[in-house]
Design a protein around this ligand. Sequence first.
Ligand code: HEC
Ligand code: HEC
Ligand code: HEC
Ligand code: HEC
Ligand code: HEC
Ligand code: HEC
Length: 321
Amino acid sequence: MLATFVAVAGSDYAVSLDEMLQAAAEVKAQGHVTAHRDTAEISTSPKAKKQPLPELHHVVGVPLAKAMRPTEKIRLGDKQELICASCHGLEKIDETPIEQVDKQATNFLLGGPYETLTDFCYRCHSEKTNQRPNIHNMVDEQGKIREQHCTYCHEKPLKRDQVYSAAELKLRVPREVICYGCHLKTTHLNALQHQVKPSKEKLQQLKDAEKKLGISLPLSDDGKVMCVTCHSPHPNGVLKPDLAAAKQVANQDLKTGISYEQHPWGAVYTEDKQQRLQALEHQTGHLQALEYQRIKTEVLLRLPAKDGSLCLACHTFTDRQ
Ligand code: HEC
Ligand code: HEC
Ligand code: HEC
Ligand code: HEC
Ligand code: HEC
Ligand code: HEC
């Protein structure tokens, strides 16, 4: 997927975190590196049963690459290889069943908690070579449009005050899949499940919401929900504000982007959903956050999700008073 996009856009994108983890898992599966726990002998009890590593886990038992310049001293094994304690601060993590590992503990990842997982990765991997430019950052500090960003997706820059039909957008990749080069289909819970044709009632509700709020919630050519039904690809300031396609949440802070905060209900939620989310993880191969968090800041959404407005454009939640 990434390769497809690189080919069309001619950019030299570094991989995303998900892709990195996927790559790590593939490497592991091919057996190029040992990912066995035997290589990570931090346990003192010979009888303790080693647990299997979670799927898509980072490689273990490999030496720290020469080019790596860790920001701090890293604990390594006898053969200078990665052990559990190189990354985790929890004792006997290798003997603890995965579901009992406290991922909320501050030292679950050494030196944590981290604002984003990539901050942790950069302890060893170079931030410079692994970062990818945020393509949605289309307006510079002076408010000028970065036209070179438009042509990642559009064959040529469009007029910012004009409404275009789907065909006139001259997108390099169809609207339905244009986000996949850089984001996963399963980028978040429900992203993929939403890509269906709305029922007649939902469609009517959607059309009413568009009209009432003066917004655009575009569906695919065959009438299905897409990523860009909920998300605007452009930040504020690109399209002329009175266009329906320009309407979105007000936040300009693309650097922080969509962020979350912990909530006291977290513990209850985790307990309640643990089993179902684990089943889902087995099914999809993706780890889903076992937490209840609240959205703190949001960007690139056509309506706020924080207060439910986005969802209410298509859904009627009858269990709410
Ligand atoms: C190079 C760093 C690194 C090493 C070495 C490492 N881990 Fe991890 N581990 C991670 C990261 C990163 C995560 C995922 C954190 C996340 O997704 O929030 C993780 C997650 C986990 C989880 C939780 C998985 C889940 O989804 O609940 C367990 C359990 C775990 N590691 C065990 C181990 C054990 C046991 C070892 C030693 C054999 C080990 N790890 C070595 C980086 C490492
Ligand atoms: C404690 C140091 C350390 C941390 C922290 C760390 N890594 Fe690594 N990582 C390594 C080492 C060592 C290797 C193996 C050497 C290499 O491939 O360069 C590696 C290899 C990889 C590979 C390539 C596997 C391969 O063989 O090509 C990927 C992908 C990867 N890490 C992703 C991540 C991600 C994502 C994170 C953060 C969640 C992370 N790493 C955090 C040390 C670390
Ligand atoms: C990440 C891909 C992507 C990038 C980059 C991008 N666009 Fe778009 N653009 C889209 C998609 C998808 C649509 C159709 C969905 C929509 O209307 O919001 C679209 C629609 C438009 C429209 C039509 C709006 C309407 O009312 O019909 C205009 C105008 C536009 N883009 C201009 C731009 C300009 C100017 C830039 C560069 C500053 C740009 N785009 C960069 C993906 C992109
Ligand atoms: C039904 C509406 C909807 C659809 C469809 C949808 N998203 Fe989202 N997306 C959201 C909302 C709401 C958030 C922020 C809150 C959250 O994570 O639930 C979000 C968050 C994100 C984030 C921020 C990262 C994160 O996990 O918080 C990315 C990236 C993203 N979406 C990309 C996509 C892509 C790519 C698709 C298509 C495969 C897609 N979204 C489909 C509503 C949607
Ligand atoms: C050329 C690569 C590229 C394409 C194509 C692309 N994005 Fe992104 N997107 C990024 C990068 C880079 C970021 C910055 C955050 C990151 O690194 O994940 C980002 C951030 C986002 C965020 C905010 C996430 C956050 O955590 O703050 C959303 C939402 C999002 N993209 C949605 C989309 C949608 C919807 C599409 C399809 C129209 C799309 N993106 C196409 C590269 C891309
Ligand atoms: C553009 C319309 C649209 C928006 C906006 C929207 N949804 Fe949906 N949602 C759908 C459609 C279509 C389905 C598929 C089932 C159906 O038609 O009843 C669906 C299904 C769901 C389901 C059931 C999923 C399943 O696996 O059965 C949940 C839960 C859900 N949506 C939550 C949300 C939440 C939360 C939001 C706001 C962040 C949201 N939706 C925003 C159209 C939408």
